[in-house]
Design a protein around this ligand. Structure first.
Ligand code: PLP
Length: 448
């Protein structure tokens, strides 16, 4: 077969989060190679990967030891499953490793293939657990405005952006949305700390309104992810929502799909607030994307309750030995190179430079923790009106300059989420491009 990649890439691929007109106009960017914090496209153009693929290549591209671990495992046995009492060695080792790393009493892992599958599995596990404990009516799942937990039907039902839900209704019943915790755009029109954390208290009022006997679980990511635009919470928020869940026997599902494995400067984001959930979902940084693997990590009590009869849930590829081997090799690098501590060190350095970008009239807020950073792009600092056109241009021009960034899915923010191995020198280069680009876009839009 003859390949004309550029043409075929507009004929035979259905892209996510892009329309075909855009893909055709700019041409698909066909990435063919990667090393450390760089990737190269089919024309040989080099980019700084400022978004770690899709917020996941934490150990950087091209780590041979992960490829070698996968090859070795494929040489032993390429596939074996975790159904009907069978298992495989890498899955056992990885589940033990996760039990070791995870906070609190999270001791048992159910493997899946992605963050979305992990979210859906967590919802099913929460409902099943509550039902098996005799709380037959506890089925509702509370999620937050602007949340993103994935694209499967359950995860879509917990999507905080209505654009993600609109075409797919009716969604799964029993999903209840509450405001999120973004101080810059406070839902209650209040200011911290005078607000007395209404964004956390609304969880309690919602549980009471719905009836505590009907609520199974609350799902939140410790730093709200790409749809929200990387929102680190104020110090009281996570402890408060955690406590509210405990009070009403509502399971706390902690989505660490982006924040897990060092991204925020701790192994897991929730550890910043000395909390532990009942259920944690992970994916992305678990394998740094070298192979697809996701997981639901839960307390032994939840797992034991589910397993007093056959647990009727699972995926053919859940716990795939090659994927588990990739994850194990990846975690070895994360620990050996102390990547969580590295991310914590980078935070101060990068945030200081980002704060200087507040001088641009279109930068309304800068946020960040560890190595995830967001610039809130606004048309006007006093009205805080989102300026999606400017965010999109910043990402477009940065790519022309050789830096890959992303627009937060709701358009208002520009996100940076580089590999955790990025040096200060390269971070400087990245931030120079960001600054130049904002300046250019401001001029282009008459905002300078
Ligand atoms: N949860 C969060 C916080 C995410 O950011 C994502 C993906 O970006 C998901 C869940 C879904 O993960 P996946 O794309 O692997 O299905």
């Amino acid at each position: 077969m003859e390949y004309n990649y550029r043409h075929q890439a507009t004929q035979h691929l259905l892209y996510s989060m892009a329309n075909l007109g855009q893909v055709r106009k700019h041409g698909p960017r066909i990435i063919v190679r990667g090393h450390d914090c760089y990737v190269w496209d089919i024309d040989g153009k080099r980019y700084i990967d400022g978004f770690a693929g899709l917020q996941l290549t934490n150990v950087g591209h091209g780590r041979k030891e992960i490829a070698d671990a996968v090859t070795r495992q494929m040489g032993e046995i390429e596939y074996w499953h975790l159904f009907a009492g069978f298992c495989n060695l890498p899955a056992v080792k990885l589940s033990s490793k996760l039990a070791d790393l995870a906070p609190g009493n999270l001791q048992v892992t159910h493997f899946v293939n992605s963050g979305s599958e992990a979210a859906d599995s967590a919802f099913k596990i929460a409902r099943q657990y509550q039902r098996k404990r005799g709380f037959a009516q506890k089925y509702k799942i509370i999620y937050r405005n602007r949340a993103y937990h994935g694209m499967t039907m359950g995860a879509t039902s917990a999507a905080g952006d209505k654009a993600f839900r609109a075409y797919h209704e009716p969604l799964v019943p029993g999903f209840i949305r509450i405001p999120n915790n973004h101080c810059y755009r406070c839902h209650f029109g209040l200011s911290y700390p005078m607000c007395d954390l209404q964004c956390a208290r609304v969880l309690e009022t919602t549980i009471l309104e719905e009836g505590p006997e009907t609520v199974a679980a609350f799902i939140a990511d410790p730093v709200q992810g790409s749809t929200g635009g990387y929102i680190p919470p104020v110090p009281e928020y996570i402890p408060m929502v955690r406590e509210i869940c405990r009070k009403y026997n509502v399971l706390y599902i902690d989505d660490e799909v982006i924040t897990g494995f060092g991204r925020t400067g701790k192994m897991f984001g929730i550890e910043h607030w000395q909390q532990a959930p009942d259920i944690m979902i992970v994916a992305k940084g678990l394998s740094s994307g070298y192979l697809p693997v996701g997981a639901v990590i839960m307390t032994s009590e939840i797992a034991d309750t589910l397993q007093d009869e056959a647990f009727l849930h699972g995926m053919t590829y859940g716990g795939h030995p090659a994927c588990a081997a990739a994850a194990l090799a990846n975690l070895e690098i994360v620990e050996r190179e102390s990547l969580p501590a590295r991310a914590a060190r980078m935070q101060g350095y990068v945030m200081e430079r980002l704060r200087s970008m507040l001088d641009y009239s279109i930068v309304g807020e800068v946020r960040g923790i560890g190595m995830m950073y967001a610039l809130e792009i606004v048309r006007d600092k006093s009205s805080k009106e989102s300026f999606a056109q400017a965010s999109a241009r910043i990402v477009e021009i940065a790519a022309e300059k050789g830096l890959i960034l992303r627009v937060g899915s709701m358009g208002g923010s520009v996100l940076m989420c580089p590999p955790l191995i990025m040096t200060e020198e390269l971070a400087d280069e990245m931030l120079d491009i960001v600054s130049e680009t904002i300046s250019e876009v401001s001029r282009e839009l008459g905002m300078l």
